[in-house]
Write a protein that binds this ligand. Structure first.
Ligand SMILES: Nc1ncnc2c1ncn2[C@@H]1O[C@H](COP(=O)(O)OP(=O)(O)OP(=O)(O)O)[C@@H](O)[C@H]1O
Length: 311
């Protein structure tokens, strides 16, 4: 398990901490979805875990070993698949894999370089483009090569920074399935993405950060099931009137809609649906459509951060 305790980080000359009192765990065999709007601190946290930034305060233990010792003694234990492609564009897929397999750190019980390449090729389904220069591959295949190179080290924990940026839907589905399969084989995964539906689909646990602080952390199902959301379409009340009348019942998000006001209320646990409907009708509003249930991750996120993933 990666155990992160009380981690703070401040960049040189920065007025504020980029991370403040972050404590969370990454468990083997589980996917932690790390979510936050731009500038929240996701990359800073991932960079600390991957050793690209040095820990300033707090502690990070990986299976009981202090991160600094781990990077010295078993650097392959935690590997990062960076958002920017990290391969040689003019080398072929095969040459890239051979090169990175040779230089990838080898710990006890790791596969040989040949076995590593075979596994990565097979897992990322790249055998058919083995002899093609990396720069000639489609964006989706390049993303798969990026992942294959990270897997060469046979990590115990995998850090994925926006692994589906700029890929076609097929590759996205492929990457999501692959990540799920890796976690089922025992890897602990940290997965950051700006695509909320992806994180909702594959994460077992969620950490939502903003302004360097951890706003919510826990089991995805517990975080989402502990809340209920009421969606309404109504007429005879303006957006502003609806917000003003309903704010006491929970966080209100209004979506653009033709000829009506469409809104979603993240209901406070003490509030009943009947109370909200009565308040709308009492204020002169007419309800055209109602649905009630578990909120989507997106509305939980918006309610907490009041920002979309990309401002
Ligand atoms: N090298 C740096 N020097 C100074 N401040 C930095 C540096 N890198 C990041 N920051 C600041 O630290 C905070 C956290 O940034 P970070 O890149 O970790 O956020 P993020 O959640 O990854 O954002 P994004 O989704 O935009 O990549 C921001 O306020 C950012 O401006």
């Amino acid at each position: 398990m990666i155990n992160i305790q009380g981690v703070n980080y401040r960049y040189r000359n920065a007025a504020d901490n980029a991370l403040e009192s972050i404590s969370l765990e990454v468990q083997p065999g589980k996917i932690l979805g790390l979510l936050g709007p731009n500038g929240a601190g996701k990359t800073t946290l991932i960079s600390l875990l991957s050793g690209n930034l040095k820990l300033q305060s707090g502690s990070i233990l990986v299976d009981g070993t202090d991160l600094q010792n781990l990077h010295k003694n078993n650097p392959a234990a935690v590997c990062l698949a960076p958002q920017d492609f990290a391969f040689y564009p003019s080398l072929t897929v095969g040459e890239n894999l051979t090169f990175f397999a040779r230089i990838s750190p080898k710990g006890e019980g790791r596969r040989t370089a040949e076995a590593q390449i075979e596994f990565a090729l097979d897992f990322c389904q790249l055998s058919h483009v083995l002899k093609q220069p990396a720069c000639s591959l489609s964006g989706g295949l390049q993303r798969r090569l990026n992942l294959a190179i990270t897997l060469l080290a046979s990590p115990n924990y995998l850090l994925l920074d926006e692994p589906t940026v700029g890929v076609d839907p097929q590759t996205r589905a492929f990457i999501l399935e692959s990540v799920k399969a890796l976690s089922q084989s025992g890897l602990g995964v940290v997965y950051t993405s700006h695509y909320m539906e992806e994180v909702e689909a594959i994460a077992d646990q969620l950490a939502i950060i903003d302004g360097g602080k951890l706003l919510r952390y826990g089991d995805k199902s517990a975080l989402l099931e502990s809340r209920s959301s009421l969606c309404l379409k109504l007429v005879n009340l303006s957006e502003e009137e609806s917000r003003a009348k309903l704010a006491e019942f929970g966080n209100v998000e209004v979506a653009p809609a033709d000829d009506c006001v469409s809104l979603e209320i993240d209901l406070l646990t003490t509030v009943t649906v009947g109370q909200v409907l009565a308040a709308v009708e009492g204020a002169g509003g007419r309800i055209c459509e109602v649905s009630y249930g578990r909120p989507k991750l997106e509305s939980l996120f918006l309610g907490l951060t009041h920002r979309s993933l990309r401002d």
